[in-house]
Design a protein around this ligand. Structure first.
Ligand SMILES: Cc1cc2nc3c(=O)[nH]c(=O)nc-3n(C[C@H](O)[C@H](O)[C@H](O)COP(=O)(O)OP(=O)(O)OC[C@H]3O[C@@H](n4cnc5c(N)ncnc54)[C@H](O)[C@@H]3O)c2cc1C
Length: 406
């Protein structure tokens, strides 16, 4: 259970974790499981409060958290993708590849698991300052108007996309971000995830309808800016008109980092999850890459705590892993995203026509490089496949500026 106003100081913690999102609680669990004394500091009332997420994660990613499947709302073995003009591309597998989880219950379940291992949770506890000293880290926490100081041997920053703390720690900042806006709605006839591509509806990104239970669904838009306005446009537009019958909740919005934090570690400190930019550039999903980051970070930190060497050099293995992973996974994803951002709706329409008629999507779905979580292999194979088609090779599918025919 979260403790508000509980005794914070006077305890000797090995690790303080900032944030009780999936990354923070998973880190707390993995460190507590290694026998370390861990405290999680969360500014909200409790883990799982006011979350803004569709909760789509791969089966493998869900399994890695080892939590009760009761948090799963739907199992997804198919999805439909729509072009600006309404052309539909439906992809399906013979078994579930992803789950839609209740993100609030998911966060609570991961936090419960960490607490069962002995991690202590302090809620209404906003970290406002951090200081790295020679033999400890010190954080300053505002808890219901009171300022307190806490010390530990090491710090894990898992506070989501908030540049302030990492900048204060001299780790740089992630300067680019998109925004995801989402609301709960009632929809008729929605039995799988639907993704909509149109620069008019979601510039540079996409919109979605995700079934959660009965007629209840999540309607969302990811966009560079003004995602809330685009969500209204999406709900009133041709994709939703006549299908979305009622709005159940207000819109929630949250920034999604685009790009990696320049440095994800220093002496006594590791940064994980959205705070580090561990987000898939293609979809904006961060739970998978964040959990991989946590696993490597906690392995590295566990070893460093054991030998009591928390120098930057001792934690550098985590930085090396992330540099390699971001080069391999993030870089091609950002290139594709930049390319997509430059296409007009007309060009997207042609691309859809090509993908539907060439059998490319089915070929990629069957290819050994298919992964719900890692998209670099798919991007590479997709390009190889496309370049065997003379029209793509000659650039004719993309020809034409601002939607004009080439
Ligand atoms: C609309 C939308 C839909 C999404 N859908 C998906 C999806 O389907 N699948 C997917 O994988 N990802 C999705 N994402 C992304 C996903 O939500 C994030 O990647 C994920 O929440 C990151 O987890 P985290 O633990 O790193 O950060 P967060 O979940 O942001 O958690 C950070 C926590 O730290 C706390 N905190 C912050 N600062 C402080 C402080 N100073 N002191 C104390 N506590 C602090 C916050 O209150 C919060 O609880 C979506 C995002 C959006 C916006």
């Amino acid at each position: 259970m979260c403790v508000a106003g509980g005794k914070m100081s006077g305890e000797d913690y090995d690790v303080l974790v900032i944030g009780a999102g999936p990354a923070g609680s998973y880190a707390a669990y993995r460190l507590a499981a290694q026998g370390y004394k861990v405290a999680v500091l969360e500014q909200k009332k409790a883990a799982g409060e006011d979350v803004c997420c569709s909760g789509i994660i791969s089966v493998e990613c869900f399994d890695s958290f080892g939590i009760d499947p009761a948090v799963i709302l739907t199992r997804a073995s198919s999805a439909s993708f729509f072009s600006p003009g309404g052309r539909r591309l439906r992809l399906s597998k013979d078994k579930a590849v992803a789950y839609v989880v209740d993100r609030s219950l998911f966060d609570v379940a991961v936090a419960d698991k960490a607490q069962a291992q002995g991690a202590r949770y302090f809620c209404f506890a906003r970290v406002v300052d951090v200081m790295v000293m020679e033999d400890s880290v010190r954080v300053e926490v505002v808890e219901r108007g009171l300022r307190r100081k806490l010390e530990a041997r090491a710090l894990v920053v898992a506070g989501g996309f908030k540049p302030g703390l990492s900048q204060k720690l001299g780790l740089g900042r992630i300067s680019r971000f998109a925004v995801g806006a989402q609301a709960e709605v009632l929809v008729g006839g929605l039995d799988e995830v639907e993704i909509y591509f149109s620069q008019q509806t979601a510039p540079g990104f996409f919109a979605w309808l995700v079934p959660v239970s009965g007629q209840k669904a999540l309607a969302g838009v990811m966009a560079d800016t003004r995602a809330g306005e685009y969500l209204e446009k999406f709900l009133a537009g041709p994709f939703c008109r006549g299908r979305v019958t009622e709005r159940v909740s207000e819109t929630r919005q949250k920034p999604i980092p685009i790009g990696s934090l320049p440095r994800v570690y220093r002496d006594r400190v590791l940064v994980v999850g959205d705070a580090a930019g561990q987000v898939k550039p293609t979809t904006g999903g961060g739970i998978y890459l964040g959990s991989r980051g946590v696993e490597v970070a906690c392995e590295t930190l566990g070893q460093a705590l054991k030998v009591d060497d928390l120098s930057a050099a001792s934690l550098a293995g985590y930085g090396r892993w992330w540099r390699g992973a971001s080069k391999k996974e993030l870089a091609p994803g950002y290139r594709v995203r930049r390319l997509y951002g430059r296409l007009s709706d007309r060009q997207i329409e042609r691309l859809f026509a090509f993908v539907c008629s060439s059998g490319m999507a089915e070929a990629l779905l069957r290819s050994p490089s298919f992964s719900f979580d890692l998209h670099s292999g798919l991007i590479r194979d997709g390009l190889k496949y496309a370049l065997t088609y003379p029209l793509i090779k000659a650039g004719k599918v993309f020809r034409g500026k601002g939607g004009e025919e080439g």
